[in-house]
Design a protein around this ligand. Structure first.
Ligand SMILES: C[S@@+](CC[C@H](N)C(=O)[O-])C[C@H]1O[C@@H](n2cnc3c(N)ncnc32)[C@H](O)[C@@H]1O
Length: 212
């Protein structure tokens, strides 16, 4: 681990947060952004046989993509806090042998994962300080489609972020909620050879698809 990697993500993305996410998934399925990506995959707008999910949390999106037709997936997350719940979800779904879960910071250690046809980051760039490094690492691993969903840069989102960031300070975590500029996301991806093919705006987020 290098001195520049943000630390203490386990203090925020912990087993309690994992149980909360799993209960929500059991109750109402995927949240809006990953659900949209699965819809685009099912309708053929996004295609491919392998998936890399970065910052996948409990891995519910990965489960649904495997059900939708993806053959193999890798899920990388900086926090080990989700591992127990994520492993259980995969076993219950009968999909454990089709997914590799890895722990680490993909931006700092791009070799954590090999290339995949589809690479997805839902609500992940807002959790990382260096948007360029993270999106570049993800884009470099994209064979066909990169999906990046992240919060809109509005005054009220930034105000909400400032309030939210009291929590990690109290928990002594270096994680912060960040509202990056969309242009920085797109620039990093296009510099890695991708082109934007779709952009959707939700109440709180952008949902972008880029293709090689
Ligand atoms: C807000 S959660 C989102 C989880 C899931 N994608 C979802 O939509 O429910 C963000 C996750 O991204 C992970 N993360 C942030 N930066 C990362 C990086 N550079 N490499 C790997 N994981 C990262 C965090 O550990 C956290 O679990």
């Amino acid at each position: 681990m290098s001195c520049c990697e943000p630390q203490g993500y386990e203090k925020v993305f912990d087993a309690r947060e994992a149980r909360r996410a799993a209960a929500r998934y059991a109750r109402s399925g995927l949240t809006t952004l990953p659900r949209r990506t699965v819809e685009l995959y099912r309708s053929g707008v996004v295609g491919g046989r392998t998936l890399l999910e970065v910052g996948g949390g409990i891995g519910d999106f990965t489960v649904e993509m495997l059900r939708a037709g993806v053959e193999r997936a890798t899920c990388v997350d900086m926090s080990t806090g989700y591992d127990g719940v994520a492993d259980r979800l995969l076993v219950e779904a009968g999909l454990a042998d089709r997914v590799d879960r890895r722990t680490g910071d993909l931006a700092a250690h791009p070799d954590l994962a090999g290339p995949a046809d589809v690479v997805a980051l839902h609500s992940v760039v807002c959790c990382y300080p260096d948007v360029r490094a993270l999106v570049t690492a993800a884009a470099d691993r994209t064979r066909e489609y990169l999906v990046v969903a992240f919060p809109r840069r509005t005054w009220w989102m930034r105000a909400a972020g400032a309030a939210l960031n009291v929590y990690p300070v109290l928990r002594a975590s270096e994680w912060r909620f960040r509202v990056h500029r969309p242009v920085d996301v797109v620039r990093a991806a296009t510099a890695a050879g991708l082109r934007q093919v779709r952009s959707e705006r939700f109440a709180f987020d952008h949902h972008l698809v880029l293709a090689r």
